[in-house]
Design a protein around this ligand. Structure first.
Ligand code: COI
Length: 357
């Protein structure tokens, strides 16, 4: 485990805050950024120079290795303001564990827990006025790590920079999503990097997604690389189905991101004694359940999207329409419960909320 001897964070505050420019009642996702950002450098096998400074452009050489070979990983989490006005992060320690899983796979250094958490804590505290209290809104927190060697030979960078930026945002999807089962392109292969939050995973999805969007869908439903039969993820989300009162989700493995919202939903379902199956699920099984009228719910889970109801599944030229959203018992209940936990309206029995201030 790499350590950072000195977690003292140098703070340079912005000369004036831009928060008054934000219309908190009309937030879209990912467009506005708060006053400050955090950064720390990894050099000579050591983390240091932790600082908070005004949000702004990154000076960078054109030969910076991350720009060429994609040594670039990220995380996403959200800070909420609860009904008492306190600011809390949802399960940030899980993001810390996951960024280090990504770092290992991408031959990057791990980030010490105290550096990750202290950077987060001080940044979110300083920009606490940017945390929305409006329903469905939050401060999206984006930690990311990039290789910074000025070198265009192909090898892991020796130097890295870790940043955290934050962005007040509303819902990722404003309506239930229409998804298209992808029969050709692939998101991830066994032995690959589908289970990590590598920037390239998202870049590679853009072209196939654009083709699906040109056909009127919001997102792709990714299938396995071997047969294009087993469902894996949808867009940037994990996938879940309720068939015959059983909650079914594809199992974690090389090709599927271990979503923190995925884990939270499964935990709540098990708390409620619902039958849960983490197993492979094919498009044939979904179509069959749809025909038998036992496909009650389909939804995506993710930090940005939280719970995104799926209204329609396109497959081999046919669209399968799912039950109306208000009739979906489990996904509505779990979405409400997650909101209630975040807002402090029900007991946080799993200690998911991490208080900042
Ligand atoms: C998240 O849900 O945090 C994601 O990674 C989605 C993001 C790419 C917008």
């Amino acid at each position: 485990m790499l350590t950072a001897d000195n977690i003292t964070i140098k703070v340079q505050t912005a000369p004036h805050s831009r928060v008054s420019e934000i219309d908190f009642d009309n937030l879209s996702f990912g467009k506005m950024f708060s006053d400050h950002m955090f950064m720390a450098d990894f050099k000579n096998n050591h983390w240091g120079d932790a600082q908070i400074l005004p949000y702004g452009p990154l000076p960078m050489s054109p030969s910076t290795s991350a720009l060429h070979y994609g040594q670039s990983i990220f995380e996403g989490m959200k800070a909420y303001k609860n009904d008492k006005g306190e600011v809390l992060l949802f399960r940030p320690l899980e993001n810390h564990k996951r960024i280090n899983i990504s770092a290992e796979r991408m031959a990057m250094p791990s980030i010490p827990q105290e550096l990750f958490m202290e950077g987060l804590r001080q940044l979110v505290k300083l920009d606490k006025d940017w945390v929305p209290s409006t329903e469905g809104a939050s401060l999206y927190v984006r930690p990311f790590l990039i290789g910074t060697d000025e070198f265009i030979g192909v090898r892991p960078s020796d130097s890295y920079r870790f940043y955290i930026i934050t962005s007040p945002g509303g819902r990722y999807y404003n309506e239930p999503v229409k998804v298209l089962v992808e029969p050709n392109f692939i998101r991830a292969v066994e032995g690959g990097v589908g289970f990590v939050k590598a920037s390239g995973n998202y870049g590679r999805s853009l072209f196939p997604t654009r083709l699906a969007q040109q056909r009127g869908y919001h997102q792709i439903m990714w299938t396995d690389a071997r047969n294009h039969r087993y469902l894996e993820e949808s867009g940037t989300m994990n996938l879940m189905f309720v068939i015959d009162d059983v909650l079914i989700t594809p199992p974690l493995g090389d090709t599927i991101l271990a979503g923190i919202t995925r884990d939270s939903v499964l935990t709540l379902a098990r708390d409620w004694k619902m039958k849960v199956q983490e197993r492979k699920i094919s498009i044939d099984e979904i179509i069959d359940a749809h025909k038998r009228k036992t496909l009650d719910e389909a939804f995506g889970t993710g930090t940005a999207a939280t719970i995104a109801h799926i209204s329609q599944i396109g497959f081999e030229g046919k669209d399968y329409i799912l039950p109306d959203v208000p009739s979906r018992i489990f996904s509505n209940r779990v979405a409400d419960e997650l909101d209630n936990i975040r807002k402090g309206r029900v007991p946080d029995i799993h200690n998911w909320m991490y208080k900042i201030v």
